[in-house]
Design a protein around this ligand. Structure first.
Ligand code: AMP
Length: 286
């Protein structure tokens, strides 16, 4: 069995589970709150805190892991990124008190920075050539500037509403983060592991790729095919299928970008298409 460390709760837990299930890996748990589960034929899931996953994988307690890039980079361990999973999007940002933000240039030397990411914070300010004092804390960084514990913070932000509520303003980005599938580099060279791990990566990739696409079908007039080709370019053009007992109409099928669907439908309607149908795609392999 290949052991894969997964977030047991928190922001990444549900999306991780959904993605694995969509890739065809069913969780077989003995209890709802069980600490392990079998996952397909080849994998065993270990449910642990997202923060601990880089260490677990680096120490070999798990062969693979899913966790945030922020946590992987903060760990400083030599981990290999097998796949960017796209969810859990956030950024590690520098934020200052609203009242200090006006007219702020570079931070003055000796600025105290409260953060749960001391390593990344140090690396960022070293690279910027700003000597700061890093104040490591274990959570709720946004309160630190108001308590006089620090002058600024480095914290995770997604919508920015938590910062706003706490009277803070984002002034710089330290790191952009999403959830990653990670391993030690040698896992891919281990006999017995390489094939199932590659199959897992391919399955996850095909699900992620399909998310941004839709399958579109429409009945179009046979004499409008040149226009159809212009509207539905695709890689090798749309698939054209005969419609039984309808000499005048054919069915056009194509994979389109999710963001282009509304525009494509309007253009197809303009050339008299009927029976337009849009469906989700489970997997897409180029
Ligand atoms: P957890 O502490 O288990 O909820 O997981 C936190 C992880 O979720 C972080 O390390 C990030 O990788 C990710 N994440 C995504 N959006 C946010 C956010 N707005 N705030 C904190 N963490 C986030």
């Amino acid at each position: 069995m290949i052991r894969i460390a997964l977030p047991n709760k928190g922001r990444l837990a549900e999306s991780t589970r959904e993605l694995l299930e969509r890739a065809g890996l069913e969780f077989d748990m003995t209890h709802e709150r069980s600490l392990t589960a079998t996952l397909g034929d080849d994998f065993q899931a270990l449910f642990v805190r997202a923060n601990d996953i880089p260490e677990f994988v680096a120490d070999g307690a798990a062969d693979l892991g899913i966790t945030g890039r922020d946590l992987v980079e903060e760990s400083g361990r030599p981990l290999e990124v097998l796949l960017d999973l796209g969810f859990g999007r956030c950024r590690l940002a520098v934020a200052v008190r609203e009242e200090d933000a006006a007219g702020l240039g570079a931070l003055p030397a000796g600025t105290r920075v409260a953060t749960t990411f001391p390593r990344l914070t140090r690396r960022y300010f070293d690279a910027a050539g700003t000597p700061v004092e890093v104040v490591p804390i274990s959570g709720a960084a946004e309160i630190a500037p108001h308590l006089g514990v620090a002058d600024v913070i480095v914290d995770l932000v997604s919508t920015g509403s938590t910062l706003r509520i706490n009277g803070l303003r984002e002034v710089a980005t330290v790191l952009d983060s999403t959830a990653l599938l990670i391993s030690l580099p040698e896992v891919l060279r281990r006999p017995g592991s390489a094939t199932p791990v590659r199959e897992l990566v391919a399955a996850l990739e095909s699900v992620i790729r399909a998310e941004g696409k839709r399958y579109l079908m429409a009945n179009v007039r046979r004499d409008s095919l040149d226009e159809v080709k212009r509207i539905l370019p695709g890689i090798s053009g749309p698939t054209i299928v005969d419609v039984l007992d309808s000499g005048e109409y054919v069915a056009a099928h194509a994979v389109v970008d999710r963001r282009d669907v509304y525009r494509t439908i309007a253009q197809l309607k303009e050339i008299g298409a009927t029976g337009i149908l849009v469906t989700q795609i489970e997997r897409l392999m180029p």
